[in-house]
Design a protein around this ligand. Sequence first.
Ligand code: SF4
Ligand code: SF4
Length: 205
Amino acid sequence: MYTKIRWSLQLFGAALALILLAAGVWTFNLILVGAAVASAFLAGRVFCGWMCPVGAWCDHVLAKLARNRSARRFSPGTGRLFAACFIGTFLYLAYTGLLGRGLPFVLMGTTLVLVTAVGLLWGPRTWCGQLCPWGALAGLAARLAPYQLFTASDCRQCGRCVRACPVGGALEAGSPGSWADGSCIRCLLCLEACPTRSVVLEPVR
Ligand code: SF4
Ligand code: SF4
C-alpha cells in the first residue's frame, strides 16, 4: 500500500543528496541528519524509513545482494557505544581539521563501506536499526514524539509484524500497548503485515 510512495520519496532523497553533492554543498549530510532528527520529534524516524539515501541503498541494492534478509539485533549498549565512538571520531576530526575539506568524503565513504559490510553480513537494514549514529540520535528524539507506533489490545500474537520488520523487530509482538523502540524506522511494513490491524500509529493519549 505504501511501497510506491516510500520508494518515490527515497528516490527523491537520493537525487537531492546527489544534487547537493554535485553543487559542492559538502555539509549536505548534516542537513539530512538535521531533517532526520527534527522529523523524529514529531512522528519518529520517518526520515530513515522514507527518505534517507542510505536507506534507499539498503532497500534497493543491499536487499537484492544480502542472503539473510532479517536484521541482526545487537544489545542496545553495543549500538550506543558504536554511535558514541563514531560521532566522537567525527567531532574530533572536525575540531582538529586533520582532514580539511576531505572530511565529508571520508565520512561518507566510511559510512557507505560500513553500511554495505553490515548489510551483507547481517541483513540490509541492520545498520539503520542498530548501528547508525544519526539514527541513534533520531531514535532518542522519537521517544518524545506525540505520534507513536504500538500494538493494540486485539493483537493475536501471530508474530507477523516482527517477521516483516526490516530492523529485526522494533515492535514487541503480543504486548498490547507497547511502543516500537528507537530502532523503528516507521516503514509501516508491520502495519501492512498485521491481519487484525492491531499495529497503529496514533497520537499518544
Ligand atoms: S501481526 Fe498483528 S496480530 Fe500478529 S503479533 Fe503483530 S500486532 Fe499482533
Ligand atoms: S516496527 Fe514496523 S514500522 Fe518500525 S521498523 Fe519495524 S516494520 Fe517498520
